[in-house]
Design a protein around this ligand. Structure first.
Ligand code: PLP
Length: 267
């Protein structure tokens, strides 16, 4: 029955690339928002022709349309949290940085997507400078994996000690907090560690799930963090809950075959 009392769902926005294979990017983000009870809006920055075996092509969306999508969403819908994923070129990165100021966005999670699991470059080299100089200081959290963190900090990362040094370097370069994803480190116990400017690090041990179905893990983690923030959680809680969500999705998808390469998780 229709009543006169209107209510609104928490809303999260993803600004990212499309994955035609459905496992990563915008498709994974919207699925995650939905599964966690958050309404999802999307700004598509680039379109990839891709499946579980790899990326075949990338077409950047024009800067005007990236900006147009952002304006259309914010001029109409109240957005509670934002996740930023694939930003292929410097124009898109610059537009997003301006939008954070223009719309006074505070709960913003940045996944600095550089190379896909299948080895394709998803970001042009000149974009990196804009990400570091203009986006790092404006977002609440950056979520690099080990390879991205090593590249962005200019430091090798082979163990947790080096992970901490690289995180401190990224904090010194303007990040307010950094979630270092240690899943790719060697060794039996791997941890994701959340480093914040003014509090002690939060160490989240990662149970190793034996599966090749890992496509979209990073996208899903950052969008789950944004979803939990849209639901009102603080950063450490949002990160812990998002980690649990991804682990459950990896376990549920371990034996599912979708395609012939690195399949998606099940969530
Ligand atoms: N394709 C798109 C459009 C993405 O946004 C991402 C996200 O990180 C990827 C591919 C990479 O996903 P993965 O490294 O999990 O294969």
């Amino acid at each position: 029955m229709k009543t006169n009392t209107m209510f609104r769902y928490p809303v999260a926005l993803t600004i990212a690339g499309s994955d035609s294979g459905g496992g990563a990017g915008i498709q994974a983000d919207l699925k995650t928002f939905s599964a966690l009870g958050v309404f999802g809006a999307s700004v598509i920055t680039s379109i990839t022709a891709q499946n579980t075996t790899g990326v075949r092509g990338i077409q950047a969306v024009s800067p005007e349309i990236v900006e147009g999508q952002i304006d259309a969403v914010f001029e109409d819908i109240t957005v509670d949290a934002v996740k930023i994923g694939m930003l292929h070129n410097r124009e898109a990165a610059g537009i997003v940085a301006c939008a954070i100021d223009r719309f006074s966005l505070s709960k913003v999670i940045l996944d600095p997507v550089m190379i896909s699991t299948s080895g394709s470059k998803l970001m042009e080299d000149e974009t990196i400078e804009v990400i570091v100089n203009e986006l790092f200081p404006k977002v609440m959290l950056v979520t690099p994996n080990i390879d991205e963190a090593a590249f962005l900090s200019g430091m090798p990362i082979r163990n947790e000690e080096e992970m901490e040094k690289a995180a401190q370097e990224l904090l010194a370069r303007g990040c307010r907090s950094v979630l270092m994803k240690g899943g790719h480190l060697e060794g039996s116990e791997r941890a994701d560690i959340l480093y914040m400017k003014d509090s002690a690090p939060l160490r989240l041990v990662v149970p190793a799930v034996q599966t090749q179905n890992t496509h979209g893990t990073g996208c899903t983690l950052s969008s789950a963090i944004a979803a939990y923030m849209a639901l009102g959680k603080g950063l450490p809680d949002a990160v812990s809950l998002a980690k649990e969500y991804v682990t459950a999705a990896l376990e549920a998808g371990a034996d599912v075959q979708t395609g012939h390469g690195h399949g998606p998780m099940n969530h």
